[in-house]
Design a protein around this ligand. Structure first.
Ligand SMILES: [Zn+2]
Ligand SMILES: [Zn+2]
Length: 364
């Protein structure tokens, strides 16, 4: 354990205020969010936090001043000090739960609200026509969300004033009841863990620092989205608190159904009506594609009702960019409901010459 005064770079005569200032400066400099992957910075950050835990608490500071490093030597000369109590400190400085957990209490306690809280994620829906879902478009999406109040720049304090350090907790955001070396911490009731209080609230936002606002985003919709595709726009959610990162915006697509095409993954199915003669003799028919073109489809002689013919690559674009699905032409045998005299005679003749015997009907 290093000398906490040395770690914070303050003289032994430093006031609590000076200690806090020195700590904040160093903690900011070595904060893991700023020094990702930097083991040295992480080490320094832990040292700074540990030093502040002692010097930031007048009672612990007095004990340290009296005992010095023996405070951590354990056992002999430790003046009633239980070293096992200190081995727990390592857990308190869990880097996954900076600042918040450091001051004891539940890891989810309000104390963690004080710094770098990530903004909320926001959900929005965009309605698309079937055609646009295949072509892709840039859609304007109105999103209602909380944004930083412009009048007070998000501080919540009336312009010209600033939030002041909470006198109850002296800015720590938590109040602790000391029981010897053990301190039970809880969020400060006065400032609700913020560490600061607002004396004159901003008139625009009523002190919240935030207002609800409708933002209009231009969202690029890729060709091939389906009903229910969720698009993530990183950082377009609500702004973070106390310098924390913004949340994300999730846009879910609602795609209108098509009267002509049925979506089956990247494939599209279209019903192609055909006469008995076309199905029996074979034919070439025009089939509309989703992009408005016509394709010539060869129907083989003897095609059954419901037969699927595949037109490769004429389906919906695949979202991963690897080409398109297929267009599936589903043959539909149309039975005429009204017959001319000539038609009736022709069909009656057909029945006479038919090789099929109704008594040999096969059900399968
Ligand atoms: Zn407070
Ligand atoms: Zn405001």
């Amino acid at each position: 354990m290093k000398d906490p005064y040395e770690v914070l770079g303050v003289p032994r005569t430093a006031s609590q205020d000076e200690i806090k200032k020195a700590y904040r400066k160093l903690a900011r400099r070595y904060h893991p969010d700023r020094n990702e992957g930097d083991k040295d910075a992480e080490e320094r950050f832990k040292e700074v936090a540990a030093a502040h835990d002692i010097l930031g608490d007048p009672e612990k500071r007095t004990q340290y001043d009296q005992l010095g490093s023996r405070m951590f030597a354990g056992g002999r000369g430790g003046a009633g000090f239980d070293p096992s109590a200190f081995s727990d400190l390592g857990d308190v400085f869990d880097l996954g739960d900076l600042f918040g957990g450091m001051f004891g209490g539940g890891a989810q306690g309000r104390g963690r609200d004080r710094r770098g809280r990530r903004g909320r994620d926001v959900e929005a829906v965009v309605n698309l026509s079937f055609e646009d879902s295949l072509k892709g478009i840039t859609a304007k999406v109105p999103v209602e969300m909380a944004t930083n109040c412009q009048a007070c720049s998000g501080t919540g304090a009336e312009p010209g004033t600033m939030p002041v350090v909470c006198p109850e907790c002296r800015g720590r955001g938590v109040v602790s009841q000391s029981q010897g070396m053990f301190a039970l911490s809880q969020p400060c009731p006065r400032c609700h863990g913020n560490g600061t209080i607002i004396e004159k609230p901003c008139k625009v936002c009523g002190g919240a620092g935030r207002v609800r606002q409708t933002k209009r985003y231009q969202v690029k919709i890729k060709p091939g989205v389906t009903d229910g595709t969720r698009i993530r726009l990183a950082g377009k959610g609500e702004p973070g608190a106390n310098g924390g990162p913004p949340g994300d915006l999730y846009v879910t697509t609602r795609v209108a159904s098509s009267p002509m095409f049925e979506r089956r993954g990247a494939d599209l199915v279209i019903d192609v009506p055909m006469t008995y003669a076309e199905a029996a003799l074979g034919a070439t028919v025009d089939v509309p594609t989703p992009n408005g073109a016509q394709l010539s489809l060869k129907v083989p002689a003897g095609s059954q009702d419901g037969k699927l013919l595949r037109l490769r690559g004429h389906g919906a674009p695949k979202l991963n960019g690897s080409g398109s699905g297929d267009l599936l032409a589903r043959l539909r045998l149309k039975v005429p409901t009204k017959l001319t005299k000539a038609e009736r005679e022709a069909i009656e003749n057909l029945q006479k010459v038919s090789r099929e015997d109704p008594r040999e009907r096969v059900f399968s």
